[in-house]
Design a protein around this ligand. Structure first.
Ligand code: ADP
Length: 256
């Protein structure tokens, strides 16, 4: 428990710091990109490729600051009541497109209603981050299982509260797994083993932030050579789900 407290205090402090910096930084990047856009009209053709290089770098910086903002929860959080099963099923196409052909997605979504109060965009980002991590952990292909079901329906829990109060989203893979020292730091912001320019180390801290902000929790279990399970536990709500907002028509780009 002490470790959990230490972790959440660290995340809180880092979140505030990075959020403040990222917010200002994002405004500067937007201004720089807008000016490059104007410059492009006045530049001769042989100067365009330099401009393209600068734009690519700035766009990557913009993606990074967007991730920082969502990790630090300083972007607009807009919780609505959604049915978790519906939300996950709606992501099937996006997730299929995010993995290679040698990666098989297995779905195991409980059929009952599972109403949760979450930011829909953050939920989608969290699940996408988990699936992208799972994909990255199996360069030779493998299986990713995406499951969601109510938990806490054992005999004691059922006697105390007849309705399950928590729902668990689980993303499991048959990939490389993590040694204990990596697992211990995996939720830390900026911790990555993927190398400069590849990983940001913000995927799992975003997942952690999303779970906490939604009144839930996130946990990892992993063993080298056996694969990884990440669970997001969220409180169920009695409120009725709203109609979900439509997904963007264009494919959502790999966000790292
Ligand atoms: P990033 O993916 O940018 O490195 P994350 O915060 O998402 O940042 O992950 C941190 C680190 O945790 C990764 O670099 C990797 O070492 C490890 N990791 C995360 N997910 C998995 C997974 N499914 N299997 C093995 N290792 C993982």
């Amino acid at each position: 428990l002490e470790e959990a407290l230490r972790q959440s205090q660290k995340m809180e402090a880092l979140g505030q710091l990075t959020g403040g910096v990222a917010h200002d930084f994002n405004n500067l990047l937007t201004a720089a990109l807008a000016n490059l856009h104007l410059l492009a009209r006045h530049l001769p053709a042989d100067g365009q490729r330099f401009l393209a290089g600068a734009r690519t770098a700035l766009e990557r910086a913009e993606k990074l600051t967007r991730q920082l903002l969502s990790f630090s929860r300083q972007d607009a959080v807009n919780p609505t009541v959604v049915d978790l099963g519906d939300s996950l099923r709606r992501m099937a196409d996006l997730l299929e497109r995010s993995v290679r052909a040698d990666v098989v997605l297995e779905w195991d979504i409980a059929p009952e209603p599972m109403a949760v109060a979450v930011d829909q965009v953050q939920l989608e980002m969290a699940v996408l981050n988990l699936v992208l991590n799972a994909r990255d952990a199996m360069p030779g292909g493998g299986r990713i299982r995406i499951a969601a079901a109510p938990i806490g329906t054992g005999p004691i829990a059922a006697a105390l509260s007849p309705q399950p109060r928590t729902v668990r989203i689980e993303v499991s893979d048959s990939g490389a797994g993590m040694p204990p020292d990596v697992m211990a730091r995996a939720f830390d912001p900026f911790f990555t083993t993927k190398g400069v320019g590849k990983g940001t180390g913000l995927g799992l801290s975003m997942v952690y932030g999303f779970a906490r902000q939604s009144g839930g929790s996130a946990t990892i279990d992993s063993r080298p050579g056996e694969g990884t399970h990440v669970c997001i536990d969220l409180p169920l709500t009695d409120a009725r789900p709203e109609e979900p907002a439509p997904l963007p028509a264009a494919p959502v780009a790999d966000i790292r």
